[in-house]
Design a protein around this ligand. Structure first.
Ligand code: SF4
Length: 376
């Protein structure tokens, strides 16, 4: 991962073209939440311009068979992660629980803190969950052979390329995500195809795996994953339907933050780190037994995925990252449904196919494990 662009990624765009030109393949695409607030910069728009509708339209023009949204996978991640946190809280489980959707940070803990690999949530990351659900639930529902499906993820992140190749994440010996390209690679692909991006109409993602909530959108910025989880944990632990969903104490851009959330009289203490130096500080506390938190969110990139290594370069300009972050919160506010457990298509998937959240089938398909890796 390289938010400062000191390293360059392998270009996977030719592989995407080759797949799109193969009539035997059913090519599905998904895009992460952080992309919709940054892609416009590659086409001369202001940082923080929201281009969600044009993004979906552009993907359809390129010829993908289905245009899905990683945000659906993020809603599923929250449902699993919220259940996992409640399970650990209620059953004296390993605390703090650490979020696990950033592969650079997962790799960091495996290499640098191998004694703590039982601490992160076992949830796979949102794009891997969506890849899994596309090749199982969606394939079964539509009588498509999963072997014919190619899942392409457009990510703000270079580390997601390595994550997609992790054998621990495969189901029945096949990868859930086949090709990962970054926001910059995607921008280059649109230019190569001659697509006039700013003239595109706004379109929607395809259903059912394109349906999402405001909670999933805020995954794109630091503090967003844990805020989305708190929205669901709050409702499930209190039995109430919280109206004011904005936990502003969890927001900000500073590298290390903390907040306490009161749920049913129980104080849930939360730590947030972005940047691996800050993560190290919180992990040293966990290692020494001094951590006071119940849950910790860690993102490797400054600002979270909005400042990811695959995004349009911002050359360390915090103002660009702040504008992208404001756009993420604006997109959340625009949504009528803002809690993951209120995503109707996700809940239908649990009812028709997955069974109980955090149940046996969910463990098989949506969870993983980590192992100590040799220090490099
Ligand atoms: Fe990738 Fe950075 Fe987001 Fe982590 S924080 S998932 S490394 S873009």
């Amino acid at each position: 991962v390289c938010p400062t662009a000191a390293l360059t990624e392998v270009n996977h765009v030719p592989k995407v073209w080759e797949t799109l030109n193969n009539p035997k393949k059913y090519v599905v695409v998904q895009t992460a939440p952080a992309i919709r607030v940054a892609l416009g910069e590659l086409f001369g728009m202001e940082a923080g311009t929201i281009v969600t509708g044009k993004l979906a339209a552009a993907l359809r023009r390129l010829g993908f068979d289905q245009v899905f949204d990683t945000d659906y996978g993020a809603d599923v991640t929250i449902i699993e992660e919220a259940k996992e946190l409640m399970n650990r809280l209620e059953n004296n489980g390993r605390l703090p629980m650490l979020t696990s959707c950033c592969p650079a940070w997962v790799s960091f803990i495996e290499h640098q803190f191998p004694d703590l690999v039982d601490v992160p949530s076992t949830c796979k990351s949102p794009h891997i969950m969506l890849g899994t659900l596309t090749k199982t639930y969606f394939a079964e529902k539509n009588n498509i052979d999963p072997a014919d499906i190619v899942m392409v993820s457009i990510m703000p992140c270079i580390a997601k390329k390595a994550e997609a190749a992790r054998t621990e994440l495969a189901i029945d010996d096949h990868d859930n995500v086949d090709i990962v390209i970054t926001t910059r690679e995607f921008g280059a692909m649109l230019k190569e195809a001659g697509i006039d991006f700013d003239k595109l109409p706004d379109e929607d993602f395809d259903n059912p795996l394109g349906e999402s909530t405001g909670a999933s959108i805020i995954f794109g910025t630091t503090g967003g994953v844990i805020e989305a989880a708190v929205r669901t944990v709050h409702d499930w632990m209190t039995g109430e339907d919280l109206e004011d969903v904005e936990f502003t104490a969890l927001r900000g851009i500073e590298g290390l933050r903390e907040a306490t959330v009161d749920i049913n009289g129980q104080e849930i203490r939360i730590g947030i780190a972005n940047g691996l130096g800050n993560a190290r500080q919180l992990l040293e506390e966990v290692r020494s037994g001094e951590s006071k938190y119940h849950a910790i969110e860690i993102m490797a990139c400054p600002g979270g995925c909005i400042g990811g290594g695959g995004q349009p370069y911002h050359y360390g300009n915090d103002e660009v990252v702040k504008k992208r972050q404001q756009a993420i919160y604006e997109e959340d506010r625009r949504k009528t449904v803002r809690k993951s457990h209120h995503n109707k298509e996700v809940m239908k998937m649990y009812e028709d196919y997955m069974g109980e959240p955090y149940g046996e089938k969910a463990h098989h398909l949506l969870h993983t494990s980590y192992s100590p890796k040799e220090r490099i």
